[in-house]
Design a binder for this molecule. Structure first.
Ligand code: HEC
Ligand code: HEC
Length: 258
């Protein structure tokens, strides 16, 4: 199937849902083999038509958080995942999918998506260590401590200031490419979204989880909270305006005729 824009998928879901309840008497309704993706209970079809555009085919390498991550799935947990998929996350691009949240999926379909992610991509106990940072922060973030924790746990891959590794610097195989203190990036991700990444890592891209990979010190709950506070201290009022590195507005225009 060619990828449809989100709106088209939702519209066709509405049309079919409306039609399904009132087929003429004597005529059969949709049979399982002719079921449309918006009615199916199958995980693969549900995931592909509702989630893969943002979270990646097979749950990896999408623009959103990878779902194909045993640590994330175990850490967030079944009940919480159902809540998020049903209700979405306000002020982010994560939509609500359940009828009750204004979406187009039944509670059973939401349940099957979550159970399917857990059975395909999960591993029980993947985040069971006694010192696993909590899903929600238990302290108020400390920006200065966050900068220190960033230097210790993140700078080797993200550069000292989070701007990306300096060209020519010796860096690990999986060093990041872009800036994670770019206000435009920070405008598109919530504090919790950053916490998700820091705690559960990005398995498709080689970013380790809170344990930091084999050679590193694990992060504490406070380290995670502080690092997120330091990252979000780079948010600006009007994201998308020229970055600090670009020439000031008052700079001389380029000389003509060159
Ligand atoms: C239009 C894009 C989009 C679609 C479609 C989408 N998501 Fe998301 N999702 C996001 C974004 C963006 C975030 C991160 C939001 C943030 O910054 O907290 C997210 C976050 C999540 C989270 C993490 C929540 C947390 O903070 O722990 C889960 C779980 C999730 N999505 C599951 C799904 C599932 C399952 C589907 C399909 C039913 C889906 N998403 C469809 C964009 C999308
Ligand atoms: C071993 C290397 C490595 C370490 C250590 C590491 N990261 Fe990453 N991180 C990556 C890679 C690779 C990506 C993928 C994006 C890229 O290439 O820029 C990434 C992506 C991210 C992103 C998402 C960027 C985006 O554009 O979606 C955030 C946020 C992030 N890292 C924060 C951190 C923080 C905070 C720490 C320390 C607690 C950390 N990372 C430690 C390698 C690492």
């Amino acid at each position: 199937m060619k990828r449809k824009p989100m709106g088209a998928i939702l519209l066709s879901a509405a049309v079919v849902l409306g039609a399904a309840g009132c087929h003429p008497p004597g005529k059969p309704g949709f049979r399982p083999e002719t079921m449309r993706p918006d009615q199916t209970l199958k995980f693969d079809v549900l995931y592909k038509s509702n989630c893969s555009a943002c979270h990646g085919d097979q749950g990896l390498n999408g623009a959103g958080l990878p779902m194909n991550n045993p640590v994330y799935l175990a850490w967030a947990g079944h009940d919480h995942l159902v809540k998020i998929v049903s209700n979405g996350i306000p002020n982010t691009l994560m939509p609500a999918f359940a009828y009750s949240g204004g979406g187009f999926l039944s509670d059973q379909q939401v349940e099957n998506i979550v159970n399917g992610m857990i059975s395909h991509w999960g591993k029980s106990g993947a985040s069971d260590a006694a010192n696993t940072p909590g899903y929600t922060p238990s302290s108020k973030g400390d920006v200065a401590a966050g900068k220190t924790a960033f230097q210790m746990h993140c700078a080797r891959c993200h550069g000292d200031e989070g701007q990306g590794p300096s060209p020519g610097a010796s860096k690990p195989a999986h060093a990041a490419t872009g800036s994670i203190v770019d206000p435009t990036f920070l405008a598109l991700v919530s504090d919790q979204g950053l916490r998700d990444i820091v705690v559960s890592g990005l398995p498709g891209e080689g970013m380790p989880d809170w344990r930091g990979g084999r050679t590193a010190q694990p992060m504490t709950d406070k380290d995670v909270t502080d690092v997120v506070a330091w990252l979000t201290s780079h948010r600006v009022q009007s994201p998308g305006q020229p970055f600090p590195g670009s020439p000031p507005a008052s700079a001389e225009p380029p000389a003509k005729g060159k």
